[in-house]
Ligand binder design. Structure first.
Ligand SMILES: Nc1ncnc2c1ncn2[C@@H]1O[C@H](COP(=O)(O)OP(=O)(O)O)[C@@H](O)[C@H]1O
Ligand SMILES: [Mg+2]
Length: 173
């Protein structure tokens, strides 16, 4: 599906607080057209779910709907301009279990965007396209987001997104 070795570094950005991470993610969501795979890596509390919340807003998910970490359900689906599929693979122990979450069907589904927290098992699979966001603590509420991408479409998306976030530097992102 996605091979870490095939992911090229596209750029990075730093957010000063949770709202800035949500705003950056919202802009990525707005650029999505369907079929994207957004992988969210980072330690517990790094901001993966926070990022997913912003992504949901950018995909037109009703702001009144709470997007939470689907750690126990493994997958949640939210209607929007594009369907938002949110998966959390933290509890998976083996790549074979990806089928149980329905990941093969969720990946690259037209009209939908898949975001995956704890994507390690997915990254061990060969081939595929994805945009990987690695979140790390950067002092206080700061977070450093390192963006990598594989595949032409996802590379273009990542570059367009970073350009857009840079344009909005005055908004605190
Ligand atoms: N810059 C930031 N970006 C994202 N979250 C932040 C930031 N600063 C503080 N936070 C806080 O860190 C926590 C991140 O939690 P969460 O998104 O659930 O992490 P994860 O899903 O990676 O375990 C939230 O409580 C959020 O408010
Ligand atoms: Mg989470």
């Amino acid at each position: 599906m996605v091979n870490r070795a095939g992911l090229d570094h596209v750029g990075s950005l730093t957010t000063g607080d949770a709202a800035a991470t949500r705003e950056a993610a919202r802009r990525l969501g707005e650029l999505c057209a369907g079929g994207e795979a957004i992988l969210l890596a980072g330690d517990l509390g790094a901001g993966k779910t926070c990022f997913a919340q912003g992504l949901a807003q950018g995909l037109g998910v009703d702001a009144a709907v709470a997007v939470t970490s689907p750690t126990f359900t493994l997958h949640a689906e939210y209607p929007g301009r594009l369907t938002f599929n949110h998966a959390d693979l933290y509890r998976l122990r083996a790549a074979g279990e990806l089928d149980a979450v329905g990941v093969p069907e969720l990946l690259y589904a037209p009209g939908a965007v898949l975001a995956v927290e704890w994507p390690g098992l997915l990254l061990e699979q060969a081939g595929g396209e994805a945009l990987l966001v690695e979140l790390e603590h950067a002092g206080g509420d700061g977070r450093r987001l390192t963006i990598r991408a594989a595949g032409t479409g996802h590379r273009k998306l990542a570059a367009a997104w970073l350009a857009r976030v840079a344009d909005g530097a005055g908004s605190g992102v």
